[in-house]
Design a binder for this molecule. Structure first.
Ligand SMILES: Nc1ncnc2c1ncn2[C@@H]1O[C@H](COP(=O)(O)OP(=O)(O)O)[C@@H](O)[C@H]1O
Ligand SMILES: [Mg+2]
Length: 578
């Protein structure tokens, strides 16, 4: 494992010198410690010179099927690593460190490669460096992996930052920090976050109608809740979408002079009907139109999900995490409860999007420094059908947030939409191509890496002979000739800088990196963790923001779900205990 802070060469150079002084001093002459120090120094300097020798040798080896070493362009100055940038690895030809500076990193980094080739290992290495330099990160992991969680917790502790480390793990709620993804943002963005829960309704006018209605209802209800300064949970929303009485209660809490009040009236009006008893909300219509959404929202309020999400004082607040350089590991249980956990991935990304939009409004000195990292591993598996992601990539740069999406194929991206694929390609300044499985992905990658001009040398030779005779002549007249020549030419040909078949034949832990106009063939570095203890969550104090109280429909849900009870006089809301 490499030392990631400070000048890497310092001790191997300084130690022999120091040891020399120590050993030459009479007092230390017979001192075994000094002897040990100089042995250690000797090992250190041996390693240093070995590394240095590797750097000086040019080891390019292109014409082999396996284990080839491609030529890398010049790397940037090494001293970028640390606060100035991150190290992706070492070039294979000269063993030079490839450091990318923050400004380029904020134009995002894509990691592409088939399964098991080192994408996550590279991501973890970058998070390690980020943790070491005091930066914040969000790691969304589509594989439920306790070892990774324990290692990340260990990493935070190594750097004395365990009190800035959060874990979201629906699979093990008792060892997860709490989270409520529907509190942050304006009503529109929260509603659109929840819309990720509904399947896309392309070309289906019926389904589209229900989507529109759900979006409308959510926007109105959330605006009302915000105006009433009430904090709510998934359960509260699910109840509101099903119960006129619950909406009635919220209506009574909204200040009359707030625009949200009028909007709520208009919304309710569309659900009102007149019968012989007068005008009232048509509960059946409410249930038919909003039932689908209510059911999906309720999923997040029940069982293990509920234990993590049903809170109005969540420990995990993405805005706080991004702004204050904290670290958060989100574990998506993709194997079971498929849709719900993928939807969770989408909601976290969408919550981050709101945070990014908020960061953008800050002054430069208020934005996260060093830039915040969002490492979205296997993003292809949970971003399907998401809207607004493209915008986030565009905004993130000026918000001081760098996105590191990792994918298996370009097809993963195109599955979301062809524009999405274009957007990721167009919005990532640096791309790391690990071994690619599919030929079309490899061809696309080779196209992206680009062409180079090669001069092809060719030699040609020509020879001709001719003979003629005119036989009708009395005196035969004949001629014979022979000519020949050798031609030599240089031809300019355009050719892949890295051909597709090479991209399909790379080994584990190596990748071709393009950053701007430069291309590198590098080895990445795996962090070797010792055996680490099992993670135990930290409890963080969390309280309601000033002026806010809880809605807590859930506590009274029987009364609301009957749907007939008259609006009760609202009991004094008590904030949830910490
Ligand atoms: N730079 C590296 N050095 C050594 N081993 C590596 C390196 N990168 C990856 N590996 C090995 O490959 C395995 C798979 O890597 P991983 O990052 O999990 O793949 P992916 O995320 O692409 O599916 C790791 O468990 C590790 O053993
Ligand atoms: Mg992986």
């Amino acid at each position: 494992m490499r030392k990631l802070i400070g000048r890497e060469d310092f001790w191997s150079v300084a130690a022999p010198v120091t040891a020399g002084f120590v050993a030459s001093h009479p007092y230390f002459a017979a001192n075994p410690l000094a002897l040990a120090a100089s042995v250690a120094a000797g090992v250190g300097s041996y390693r240093y010179f070995k590394e240095e020798a590797k750097r000086r040798l040019n080891r390019v080896k292109e014409d082999v099927n396996e284990g080839f070493i491609l030529e890398s362009d010049d790397t940037w100055p090494e001293h970028t690593m640390g606060l100035g940038g991150l190290r992706l690895g070492y070039t294979k030809d000269h063993n030079k460190p490839l450091d990318i500076e923050n400004d380029k990193l904020m134009r995002h980094l894509a990691i592409i490669g088939q399964s098991g080739v080192g994408k996550t290992v590279l991501g973890l290495n970058l998070l390690w460096q980020q943790t070491a330099r005091g930066g914040g990160w969000l790691f969304i992991d589509a594989k439920l992996d306790k070892d990774t969680r324990d290692q990340l917790a260990y990493m935070a502790r190594v750097f004395g930052r365990e009190d800035e480390f959060y874990v979201m793990n629906v699979d093990e709620p008792e060892n997860s920090n709490t989270y409520n993804p529907i509190l942050n943002g304006d009503p529109d963005s929260i509603a659109s976050r929840l819309m990720n829960l509904l399947p896309v309704a392309e070309g289906n006018p019926g389904a589209d109608y229900y989507r529109q209605q759900a979006n409308y209802a959510l926007t109105v209800l959330i605006a009302a809740l915000q105006a009433a300064k009430r904090r709510y949970t998934f359960m509260d929303l699910a109840i509101m979408l099903q119960s006129a009485a619950a909406i009635g209660k919220v209506e009574s809490l909204v200040p009359l002079d707030d625009p949200a009040f009028m909007v709520l009236q208009v919304f309710l009006d569309s659900f009102k009907k007149q019968d012989k008893n007068g005008i009232k909300v048509d509960v059946d219509k409410l249930k038919t139109v909003l039932g689908g959404m209510a059911g999906r929202i309720a999923q997040f309020a029940q069982g293990k999900f509920g234990q993590v999400f049903n809170t109005v004082t969540p420990e995990i607040d993405l805005t706080d995490i991004v702004r204050n350089n904290k670290m958060c590991y989100v574990m998506l249980p993709t194997m079971e409860k498929d849709t719900a956990s993928l939807n969770l991935g989408k909601m976290v990304l969408s919550d981050l999007r709101t945070t990014v939009a908020q960061m953008q409004k800050l002054t430069k000195s208020e934005r996260p420094n060093p830039p915040f990292i969002c490492f979205a591993d296997e993003m292809g598996s949970y971003c399907t059908g998401m809207t607004g992601i493209a915008r986030m990539f565009e905004q993130a740069r000026s918000a001081g947030v760098m996105m590191i999406p990792a994918f298996q194929t370009f097809g993963n991206l195109a599955a979301t939409s062809p524009e999405f694929e274009e957007m990721i390609i167009g919005n990532t300044w640096t791309k790391c191509f690990f071994k690619l499985g599919a030929v079309d992905s490899a061809t696309k990658a080779a196209d992206l890496i680009g062409q180079r001009t090669k001069y092809q040398y060719s030699v040609s030779s020509s020879q001709s002979e001719s003979a003629s005779a005119q036989s009708l002549r009395v005196t035969p007249d004949s001629s014979q000739s022979e000519s020949g020549g050798v031609g030599e030419s240089w031809r300019q040909v355009e050719d892949y800088r890295v051909p597709p078949d090479k991209l399909t034949r790379m080994g584990i832990g190596e990748c071709v990196v393009t950053s701007g106009a430069r291309t590198f063939h590098i080895s990445t570095q795996a962090i070797e963790f010792p055996k680490v203890p099992e993670f135990r969550k930290n409890k963080y104090p969390a309280k309601l923001p000033a002026g806010f109280t809880t809605l807590d429909l859930e506590g009274q849900y029987e009364q609301f779900l009957i749907g007939l009870a008259p609006t009760p006089s609202a009991p004094a809301a008590v904030p949830e205990p910490l």
